[in-house]
Every structure is written in structure tokens, then in C-alpha cells.
Design a protein around this ligand. Structure first.
Ligand code: NDP
Length: 447
């Protein structure tokens, strides 16, 4: 079995040699899905996984825009349309200086499995730019977004490809992108999700990824007759996903001890309560400040510069910042401090070594493609509301989100429970995500 996996990975490596993040994501899937393919005749010998690791289409384009001092800036734009066997491409746009083909292909590949898990008819894609929004004025952001969409609009559409937000792309950016799309196409459609509430957005979409990550963890804890009540929670990041993961953890009776950004983390031993979180939301979303400013407002808290929060004692860890932010040493520190549950809000935040340690210790561990799927699931609900030209209440959307997270959890158990009862959520999510897409691909023939 190991030989077949290695041979497969060698082919993928040869073709994508300079793409470490993409290879990391493929390896994790191959190790769990290939043994399943070998045991199931309908998938065997049809190169389904080999077809799935090749994007159906990858577009790169030049984005030229003028900054506030009149200088012409040039960035690179991308859209990876990975797989549309079960529905139109769907996945976020990331604006961050680290964005490249490897990162977007890993995200697009993960998105195919994630979207399949949501139970909704969505294919997988991802895109973005190496544009750095940090320190840019609102006008610069607008000019960049308009320039980016003036090319992207040719490749997307409400029945073709529906982008959303990701790192560096929130409601402000979605607004500017939507405005240019609407002007160029002369039509008002649900071509982007994460829209504002007065122009086609869905209630709960801003909260969905963070809430979903906590709902998934809640489902995992239930399998051990446990809950969030009274637990200490350590969270990384302080953006969209981290903020709402913190909010839901607090609502469920847990104490949130940390939040972070790429410069360091804050530790508040009294807990970040609802009022303190409101301060963080204003700081990050309106003033676009740094998490270090938390201690100016709450001097009893500590700011630890240049470090991640994984050495703090906790019961539950929610990595909600970025890929590979939690390594093998961090996993060891978490385990030594008694952590019993890790639910990934970010995409692929735990390295391979970290996941191996969590599995060896048999704690509850959920990979992002299952636990953070609430964001794209609610984007799917936004698309449905746009098609119906209708708006569901907050409660209706939240209930649907809860149900979807429960169903994803069930799918992971179906394919991931081993003989002695341990649930390998990585295996479960990969196989459950694979089966639906593979069945659709086989039914549609070699295209
Ligand atoms: P935001 O841009 O709102 O926030 C990102 C946060 O992560 C910021 O606090 C940022 O800090 C921090 N961060 C970014 N890069 C690094 C780094 N290299 N090291 C440490 N911290 C870093 O993004 P989101 O909250 O939307 O996304 C966070 C994660 O969740 C990503 O992995 C994304 O792919 C994933 N995700 C998001 C979904 C969504 O609906 N938004 C859906 C599913 C997954 P700083 O300000 O210093 O950069």
C-alpha cells in the first residue's frame, strides 16, 4: 500500500516540484484516500485522484493600479478552478504578499473536499493576489479591487464560479469587487458571497466559519460526553474566523485566553469576555490596528511578541490564523498541558508532524476541511437565498449551519471510526469528501 501511495506522490511531485504547500495537502489526502480506492473496485484503476490533483483551469493575470502618491503598482492575480464535478467552482480570494500558485492550489484542492462535505452542490476553487492590503488607504483598496475584478469578471459568474473572502478580503473588499462586476456585466447576481446585508448578503455569513469551527468541536466533545462549559480555550488569529470562534466559545460558557496576529499574541488570564471581544472587533475591523494594542486597554493582560499561543495551558485549541502555524513542538506543548481537543478554523494550520502527534495521543482533532466548512456552507446558503430572491432570518441560517456541521461530523464518523472506536477525522473527512466528487466524475465520463 505504501508503495502505491509513494508512486502516486512521486508523479505529483514531479509535476509540481516547486509547490510545497500543495504537495503537503495532496499527501495528506493520498495517504487516507488511496487505501480506500484500492479496497473499492468502482474507483480502482480509473486515475480519479490523479485527475483531481490537476486544476481544471488556472488563470493568472496582471493587475495594474495607481497608489495614493501616483505611482503605478503591478500585482499578480490568480484564480484556480480546481473541480466542478458537483457544482460551480466556489472558494475564497486571498490578498496577502505570500500568495502564490502553491498556496492557492493547496487551498483550492482542500476546498474541493470541504465543499463536497457541506452536502451542498458546490465545486472547488480559490484565488487571490500577492497584493498586501496592510497600510493601504480605503481608496487604494478600492482601486486595487476594481483593477483585479476588471480581469477576473471574464472567468466567473453565478453559475460558473462564485468567489468569496479569505485572508485580507472581508466585506469592504467584497463590496468593491461586487461593484465592478455589476458595472461590467450590467447585472445584479449572486456572483460573490460575503456581501453586505442590504445588497444580497446572508445573515450569519460573517460569523459562520468561526461559529462552525466551534459547533464542530462541540460535536466532537459530545462523543466523549464533554462540552465547552468551563473549558479554557486558546485561539490564534484575530481576524474574521478567530473573532467569531471566540464569540461562540464565550457563549457556550468557555474562557477564551488568547488571540494573536502575525506579530505576537495576547494572554488574558481573566478571559476575553464579550465586552473585551467587542473592543478587539473594533480595533481589528474598524481601526485596522494590531492585537498588541489590547494591553493598552486591558493592562492586566500580557502581550508576547513574536510567539504563537500554543505553549499556554488549555483544554481546547482553535488555530484560526494561517497554514502551518502549529508545528510538532507546538503539538507536544499542547498535549503536555492537557489539551483534549483541537478544531482547525484556518486551512491546514497544523503541520503533518503536529497531526501525527495528536493522532498518537488520541485526542479529538478536526482538520479544517471539516471543521471550518461552515463558512462556505453559509456561502452556499447565501447563493440559495440570492437565487430565491429571498432572505432567511438569523435563526433560520444559524440552525441550518448547526445542522450542516452535525452532518459533516456524522460523515467523518462514518468513514473515520477505527475498530477500537477512535475517530480519525482526517481520514473521515478525506474519504467522505472524495466519494461524492469521485462518483460525480465517474458518472460524467472522462472530461
Ligand atoms: P483575516 O484576514 O480576517 O485574519 C487573518 C488573521 O490571521 C489575522 O489575525 C492575521 O494577522 C493572522 N495571520 C495571517 N497570516 C499570519 C501568519 N503568517 N502568522 C500568524 N498570523 C497570521 O482572515 P480570516 O480570519 O478570514 O482567515 C483565517 C484563516 O481561516 C485562513 O487560513 C483562511 O483560509 C481560513 N478560512 C477562512 C474562511 C472565512 O470565511 N473567512 C473560511 C474557511 C477558512 P495579521 O493581521 O498580522 O496578518
Amino acid at each position: 500500500m505504501k508503495k502505491i501511495v509513494t508512486e502516486f506522490l512521486d508523479i505529483v511531485k514531479e509535476r509540481n516540484n516547486n509547490e510545497p504547500e500543495f504537495l503537503q495537502a495532496v499527501e495528506e489526502v493520498a495517504e487516507t484516500v488511496i487505501p480506500y480506492i484500492i479496497k473499492h473496485n468502482i474507483y480502482y484503476g480509473k486515475n480519479v485522484l490523479l485527475r483531481m490533483v490537476e486544476p481544471e483551469r488556472a488563470v493568472t493575470f496582471r493587475v495594474c493600479w495607481v497608489d495614493d502618491s501616483g505611482e503605478i503598482q503591478v500585482n499578480r492575480g490568480y484564480r484556480i478552478q480546481m473541480n466542478s464535478a458537483i457544482g460551480p467552482y466556489k472558494g475564497g480570494l486571498r490578498f496577502h504578499p505570500t500568495v502564490n500558485m502553491s498556496i492557492l492550489k493547496f487551498l483550492a484542492f482542500e476546498q474541493v473536499f470541504k465543499n463536497s462535505l457541506t452536502t451542498l452542490p458546490m465545486g472547488g476553487g480559490k484565488g487571490g493576489s500577492d497584493f498586501n492590503p496592510k497600510g493601504k488607504s480605503d481608496n487604494e483598496i478600492m482601486r486595487f479591487c476594481h483593477a483585479f475584478m476588471s480581469e477576473l469578471f471574464r472567468h466567473i459568474g453565478p453559475n460558473t464560479d462564485i468567489p468569496a473572502g479569505d485572508i485580507g478580503v472581508g466585506q469592504r473588499e467584497i463590496g468593491f469587487l461586487f461593484g465592478m462586476y455589476r458595472k461590467l456585466r450590467n447585472e445584479f447576481t449572486g456572483v460573490l458571497t460575503g456581501k453586505g446585508m442590504t445588497w444580497g448578503g446572508s445573515l450569519i455569513r460573517p460569523e459562520a466559519t468561526g461559529y462552525g469551527t466551534v459547533y464542530f468541536a462541540e460535536n466532537m466533545l459530545k462523543t466523549n460526553s464533554n462540552s465547552f462549559m468551563g473549558k479554557n480555550v486558546v485561539i490564534s488569529g484575530s481576524g474574521n474566523v478567530a473573532q467569531y470562534a471566540a464569540e461562540k466559545s464565550i457563549q457556550l460558557g468557555a474562557k477564551v485566553l488568547t488571540l494573536s496576529d502575525s506579530s505576537g499574541y495576547i494572554f488574558d488570564e481573566n478571559g476575553i469576555d464579550e465586552d473585551k471581544l467587542k473592543f478587539v472587533m473594533q480595533l481589528k475591523n474598524e481601526k485596522r490596528g494590531r492585537i498588541s494594542e489590547y494591553i493598552n486597554e486591558y493592562p492586566n493582560a500580557k502581550y508576547i511578541k513574536g510567539k504563537t499561543p500554543w505553549s499556554e495551558k488549555c483544554d481546547i485549541a482553535l488555530p484560526c490564523a494561517t497554514q502551518n502555524e502549529l508545528n510538532g513542538d507546538d503539538a507536544e506543548a499542547l498535549l503536555a498541558n492537557g489539551c483534549i481537543c483541537v478544531s482547525e478554523g484556518a486551512n491546514m494550520p497544523s503541520t503533518k508532524e503536529a497531526i501525527e502527534k495528536f493522532h498518537k495521543a488520541k485526542i479529538l482533532f478536526a482538520p479544517g476541511k471539516a471543521s471550518n466548512a461552515g463558512g462556505v456552507a453559509t456561502s452556499g446558503l447565501e447563493m440559495t437565498q440570492n437565487s430565491l430572491r429571498y432572505k432567511w432570518t438569523r435563526e433560520e441560517v444559524d440552525n441550518k449551519l448547526r445542522e450542516i456541521m452535525e452532518e459533516i461530523h456524522e460523515s467523518c464518523i462514518k468513514y473515520g471510526k477505527d475498530d477500537n472506536g477512535y475517530i480519525d477525522y482526517v481520514k473521515g473527512a478525506n474519504i467522505a469528501g472524495f466519494v461524492k466528487v469521485a462518483d460525480a466524475m465517474l458518472a460524467q465520463g472522462v472530461v
